[in-house]
Ligand binder design. Structure first.
Ligand code: FDA
Length: 404
C-alpha cells in the first residue's frame, strides 16, 4: 500500500494549488485525477486566455447560504497574492474589464505554472486514475484508505477538489457530493449558474429573429432593496439567442434567479423612454419604429413593438401619452419569466454544493470528519463572472494547503 501525508482528489485549479502549497511545506502529497488531459477547465476558461483573478474580488462577489464563510480564505490569499505568483512565472497579463485579469497569451501558461509549483514540492501524480472507494482507516489508526485502479493508498488527510457539475463532457462528476453524503455532511442543492436562460418556444417566437443582437442593459431579479437583498442587479451586455438570452448580464443574473420568478431588463438604462417619446412627440413627425431605432438596434426595435402589440408605422404624433408610457415601461422594465436554463452543459459553474456550515472557514476541513477537506467549486461558494471563481479556487486551496 502506498502511503502519503495528503491525497488531493481532482487536479483542477483548486487541486493543483492545494497540492503545491501542502507539498512545498514538506508534506508528502499525491494528486489524483480521473481525466487523461490535465485541467481542461482552466484550458478553456476566459476564451482560452484564463481570466485568472479579479483585482476587486471581495466577499460581496460571492453567493452562498452562509455569506460570511468565504471571508477568511479570501482575505488570507488575495488577488494580489495570485498576481505575485503569475509575475514570478513571468506570465504576461492584462486587465480587460472591471478588474478582470487575463493571460496575454494562453491559459496553458496557468496550467504550466501550477504544474511547475507542484514539481517544486515534489507532488506525486496518479493520472488518469479512478477512485473506487474512500474510507476512514480502522479505529485507532487515524487517516483514510483509498481504493483506486492503481492500488490502495493510505493518507492522513484527504482533500476533495473534484469541482462541480458543469460541462460533464470534459470530466465533471458528482464525486465530491457523493463523498459528502457518505460522511453525513449536509449539502446545498446544486444547480447550474452563470448560465444562459431559456424561454418556452411559444413565448420566445417573436424574439427568435433577434438572435445575435447584443446591447448593454440593466438586469435584475428578486428584491435588490433593503439591508438584506434577496436578488441582484447588473449592468452588462445582453445577447439574444435562438432559445433565449445570454451574454454577461444574463450569466450574472442567472446565479441569483429562482425558477418560476421573473427577471426585469432595462433595455435602455440611460434613457427614460416614456419621457423621451412624449417630448419627441411635439417635434418629430416620424413613425414610431424609426424613432425607437435612434436608441435601439432597428431589428430589435421592430421586434419589441410587434411583441408588445404596437404598430411600427404608427405616427408618433398621433399616439396618446398613456400608450407611450406603456411602451416606455415595456422597454425600460421588460419583465419576463424564463422557463429554465441551458443547464450544466453550458453553465460555467455550479451553485450550491457542500454546506459551508459543515466546514472550518480557516482550513476548509469538515468539522465532523477530521482530516477530510473540501475546496474550490465543490463547496457552496459561487463567484460572479469575471475571475472570481478562480480566486475562490486559489484561496480555498491555500487555506487547506497550509492546514493539511
Ligand atoms: P475544476 O473543475 O477546475 O477541477 C476539478 C477536477 O476534478 C478536474 O480536473 C476533474 O477532471 C477532476 N475530477 C472530477 N471528478 C473526478 C473524479 N470522480 N475522480 C477524480 N478526478 C475527478 N472562472 C474564472 O474565474 N474565470 C474564467 O475565465 C472562467 N472561465 C470559465 C469558462 C468555462 C467554459 C467554464 C466551464 C468555467 C469557467 N470558469 C471561470 C469557472 C472555473 O473554471 C471553475 O470555477 C474552477 O475551475 C473551479 O476549480 P475546481 O478546481 O474547484 O474545479
Amino acid at each position: 500500500m502506498a502511503k502519503f501525508d495528503v491525497v488531493v482528489i481532482g487536479a483542477g485549479a483548486a487541486g493543483m494549488m492545494c497540492a503545491a502549497t501542502a507539498a512545498q511545506r514538506g508534506r508528502r502529497v499525491v494528486l489524483i485525477d480521473h481525466a487523461s488531459k490535465l485541467a481542461e477547465k482552466i484550458r478553456i476558461s476566459g476564451g482560452g486566455r484564463c481570466n485568472f483573478t479579479n483585482i476587486n474580488a471581495a466577499p460581496a462577489n460571492y453567493l452562498s447560504e452562509n455569506p460570511h464563510f468565504c471571508k477568511s480564505a479570501l482575505s488570507r490569499y488575495t488577488a494580489a497574492d495570485f498576481i505575485a505568483l503569475v509575475k514570478k512565472h513571468r506570465i504576461g497579463y492584462h486587465e480587460k474589464h472591471r478588474g478582470q485579469l487575463f493571460c496575454d497569451d494562453s491559459a496553458e501558461q496557468i496550467i504550466d505554472m501550477l504544474k511547475d509549483e507542484c514539481s517544486r514540492g515534489d507532488v506525486h501524480w496518479r493520472m488518469p486514475c479512478k477512485v473506487a472507494a474512500l474510507q476512514q482507516a480502522p479505529a485507532g489508526l487515524g487517516g483514510f484508505v483509498l481504493q483506486t485502479d492503481q492500488g490502495e493508498i493510505e493518507a492522513d488527510s484527504v482533500v476533495i477538489a473534484t469541482g462541480g457539475l458543469s460541462i460533464p463532457k470534459i470530466g465533471a462528476t458528482d464525486f465530491g457530493y457523493r463523498i459528502a453524503e457518505q460522511f453525513g455532511l449536509r449539502m446545498v442543492a446544486p444547480r447550474p449558474a452563470l448560465v444562459p436562460l431559456t424561454f418556452d418556444a411559444q413565448s420566445w417566437a417573436p424574439f427568435v429573429e433577434m438572435a445575435g443582437i447584443a446591447l448593454e442593459v440593466d438586469v435584475e431579479t428578486g428584491s435588490v432593496k433593503g439591508r438584506n437583498p434577496t436578488g441582484a442587479r447588473f449592468r452588462e451586455d445582453l445577447l439574444f439567442t435562438h432559445r433565449g438570452l445570454s451574454g454577461p448580464a444574463i450569466l450574472q443574473i442567472s446565479s441569483y434567479w429562482t425558477p418560476g420568478t421573473p427577471i426585469v431588463i432595462n433595455l435602455l438604462p440611460e434613457l427614460d423612454l416614456a419621457a423621451a417619446l412624449i417630448e419627441a412627440k411635439g417635434t418629430v413627425r416620424k413613425q414610431l419604429g424609426n424613432v425607437l431605432a435612434q436608441w435601439l438596434p432597428a431589428r430589435l426595435a421592430e421586434g419589441l413593438l410587434h411583441a408588445h402589440g404596437f404598430a411600427g408605422d404608427a405616427r408618433l404624433a398621433d399616439m396618446p401619452d398613456a400608450q407611450l408610457r406603456k411602451l416606455g415601461a415595456a422597454i425600460n422594465q421588460w419583465t419576463l419569466t424564463p422557463s429554465g436554463s441551458e443547464g450544466y452543459k453550458k453553465a460555467e459553474v455550479t451553485r450550491g454544493g457542500i454546506d459551508t456550515r459543515e466546514l472550518s472557514q480557516q482550513s476548509m476541513m469538515a468539522t465532523k470528519v477530521p482530516g477530510l477537506y473540501f475546496i474550490g467549486e465543490t463547496v457552496d461558494v459561487t463567484g460572479w463572472l469575471g475571475g472570481y471563481n478562480f480566486q475562490w479556487a486559489w484561496a480555498s486551496a491555500v487555506a487547506a494547503g497550509i492546514s493539511v
